[in-house]
Design a protein around this ligand. Sequence first.
Ligand code: CA
Length: 228
Amino acid sequence: MNEKILLVEDEKTLAKALKFSLEKEGFMVSVAYDGEEALETLSHETPDLLILDLMLPKVDGYEVCRRLRRSSDLPIIMLTARNEDIDKILGLELGADDYMTKPFNTRELLARIKAILRRAGQLELAGRKTISMGDLQVDLIRHRVTVEEREIPLTSREYALVSFLASNPGRVYSREQLLEEVWGYDFCGDARTVDVHIRHLREKMEKKPAEPHYILTVWGTGYKFREA
Ligand code: CA
């Protein structure tokens, strides 16, 4: 996973601890210590998600959010104090995706980040109708996969796995991440489940399953879909 998070937090100890926890989960994390720095960073970087403290020096979180929302639907999680106006934060005026009240549990924040990123990925997917890679086509409307216009018979799980990987070409996923993304948050499966499904997909899709062209193994890490 190489999703990028911009963390905007002026409490240095909290920022450092959060950065550490997020990086441990595989995220790439940049930190801005005030609103001005956040806007500056956002002018030349596009993170996948923003964690935004409300009370910040120079430009506060309200203003950062308001300015950002004029041109972007980047997912935003607000960090708030207990007495903030939640309706305003989540409402039309600011339009944050979620909020956490300080002090919060880091695991809870991680769960919300993942839920939001998953939702954002699904929305992105919903806007597209097909994914093409050479002779392979994934029809996201009909849930069909064809190779050289020949339909490949897939189970629903195989389809979910190949459409997920193909929607994020070049991005490397560990077996655990694929279990979480494709099998669902609560699935307590064996990572070998993923290997078995990948093997079946290759046998069905690839001309030479032992030398795969579409779903590539990243040794010691997991799998990725070939980039165009
Ligand atoms: Ca603060």
